[in-house]
Design a binder for this molecule. Structure first.
Ligand code: SF4
Length: 253
């Protein structure tokens, strides 16, 4: 599902409440340096026609208009959330946009959180990291603890190295949210298998994120042959981390 507006919603999110979305990617296409087999925006190859990214000026003006209207209507907003048709940090004006959004949030909805959903591939870039430090909820994805598995699940652009992503995330010193998709594929992998779960837990223990969100597929996926995990299965899989004091948010099927 592609977002056709730069500022959309608010939509209800179980995790973030009433969430106003910001899409920093093309409105008629998808732009991501991953091509996940479960991406709700579809495959990259099917959404490349529109490569126009919204400028910082457009995002600021669209957001200000929307917040003005929502405030007049008395609409509640719990989160202003960067998510959309791809990876938000690929927008070259991402740092500027975050700065503007934080100012607008302070002016219109000081109680709302600013959240960013990212695949964490650009955290090593100082300006991107500094911008992510300014938001309330930097929600960073690691689905696969090895590059081999990432190649199957996330299909990243060349050069991806999960070790380097973990190194970059360590700079948050735990002050971020880790998000992980659990799924099984007919082609042979299983996020819950010991050889996947064990190394993933090692990453969690090394990074000590303030919150870990585990979830599963709940919409049609571009790849076929994928199955979801039930709530009960996910709870059982992450139980060792719960017992070690980690804050887990579990969203199974
Ligand atoms: S990182 Fe997100 S936007 Fe990019 S392909 Fe994966 S699910 Fe889609």
């Amino acid at each position: 599902m592609l977002r056709e507006e730069t500022v959309f919603g608010p939509i209800h999110s179980r995790r973030l409440g009433s969430s106003l979305g910001i899409n920093l990617l093309p409105t008629k296409g998808k732009l991501c340096n991953f091509d996940c087999i479960y991406c709700e925006c579809g495959w990259n190859k099917d959404g490349r026609d529109d490569k126009t990214l919204p400028s910082a000026a457009k995002v600021r003006s669209d957001l200000e208009d929307k917040l003005t209207q929502l405030l007049l209507d008395g609409t509640r907003i719990d989160s202003i959330t960067f998510s959309g048709d791809g990876e938000p940090t690929l927008n070259p004006e991402f740092p500027r946009i975050i700065e503007d959004t934080v100012h607008l949030r302070d002016a219109f909805y000081p109680g709302a959180k600013v959240s960013v959903l990212s695949n964490a591939t650009r955290v090593h870039i100082p300006a991107v990291f500094e911008a992510l430090r300014k938001v309330d909820n930097p929600i960073m994805k690691i689905d696969a603890p090895t590059n081999e598995l990432a190649a199957m699940i996330n299909r990243p652009a060349p050069g991806y190295d999960v070790g380097k992503v973990v190194e970059a995330l360590a700079r948050f010193e735990g002050d971020f949210v880790l998000q992980t998709m659990f799924l099984r594929s007919e082609s042979g992998f299983d996020s819950g298998a010991p050889e996947v779960l064990g190394p993933w837990m090692e990453i969690v223990r090394a990074l000590r994120p303030r919150e870990v969100m585990v979830y599963t597929i709940d919409r049609p996926t571009p790849a076929s042959g994928l199955t979801a995990f039930s709530q009960k299965e996910l709870q059982a899989l992450v139980q060792p981390l719960v017992e070690q004091g980690f804050n887990l948010q579990v969203r199974g099927k």
